[in-house]
Design a protein around this ligand. Structure first.
Ligand SMILES: [Ca+2]
Length: 269
């Protein structure tokens, strides 16, 4: 029994030492002597009451006056970014900008409807090439016999198929031609022949009557080859030189192509 008691006492004392370590240092210092002497005493209760007495007798001091306000602290660090705000109202429309540059040419569009028929065109070159006509006259009376009459007044001779130097019509386009002449007869009788290639083929005679202006005329249709020549000429002596002309009396000779001899190659067109 004695041994067991001592063990229990030892455990108790160890617990007391743990409590004293938790106390403030000032308290430990004032009661240090008493703690050393306690393990020798047999009664635990007595030593416990001795230990509590000094603490019960302490009294709290009067609260001190508040200290002066300290200096302002330093500025704090910047705070974190705040939460995202709500979406704002739509702004007003801006001013109209300058016109942009011209764009590239777009792709070709679809084929359109057929148009109206066009006007009829003018005659082609092939038709013009078959033109041959002349109409000439005299500026004065004929004075020479047995030579071609040289008509020197031109009403129409665009193709120049009538030669005013020789007084002859020269055929360029082969075909059928029509010739006609209207002569004023004055002061003398008129005897004229229409020649074709040095041969007289038609004759006209008109007898002049005193104090009267007369006319002599003739017409003929001939088939001509290229190079054929046709002209008028007085036949007989000077008594037949009655072909007359002045400002108010004309003597004319005309001819034109009626039907051209179209080449076989042209007919197939
Ligand atoms: Ca007559």
């Amino acid at each position: 029994m004695t041994l067991l008691w001592k063990i229990l006492l030892g455990i108790f004392l160890i617990g007391q030492l743990g409590q004293s370590q938790d106390l403030p240092e000032e308290n430990i210092g004032t009661e240090g002597g008493e703690d050393v002497e306690e393990p020798e005493g047999p009664g635990t209760e007595v030593s416990q009451s001795d230990h509590g007495k000094p603490c019960a007798m302490w009294m709290g001091g009067v609260p001190g006056t508040p200290g002066h306000s300290g200096k302002p602290g330093r500025d704090g660090r910047d705070g974190r970014d705040g939460p995202r705000g709500e979406k704002g109202d739509k702004g007003e429309a801006g001013e109209k900008g300058d016109p942009g540059q011209k764009g590239d040419t777009g792709p070709a569009g679809p084929r359109g409807f057929s148009g109206n028929p066009g006007l009829k065109g003018s005659s082609g070159e092939s038709a013009l090439s078959y033109h041959s006509a002349f109409s000439v006259g005299l500026s004065e009376a004929v004075s020479t016999t047995n030579v071609p009459i040289r008509f020197n007044k031109f009403f129409y001779n665009d193709q120049h198929h009538y030669d005013d130097v020789s007084g002859k019509f020269r055929c360029v386009l082969p075909g059928v031609y029509f010739f006609t002449y209207h002569l004023t007869v004055y002061m003398k009788d008129v005897k004229v022949s229409l020649y074709m290639n040095d041969k007289p083929i038609m004759f006209t005679f008109d007898k002049y009557q005193d104090s009267n202006v007369d006319q002599a005329s003739g017409s003929i249709i001939l088939r001509l080859e290229a190079g054929d020549e046709v002209w008028l000429q007085v036949y007989g002596d000077e008594a037949s030189l009655g072909v007359y002309a002045d400002n108010t009396n004309d003597s004319t000779f005309s001819g034109f192509l009626l039907y051209p001899d179209v080449p076989a190659a042209a007919r197939k067109r």
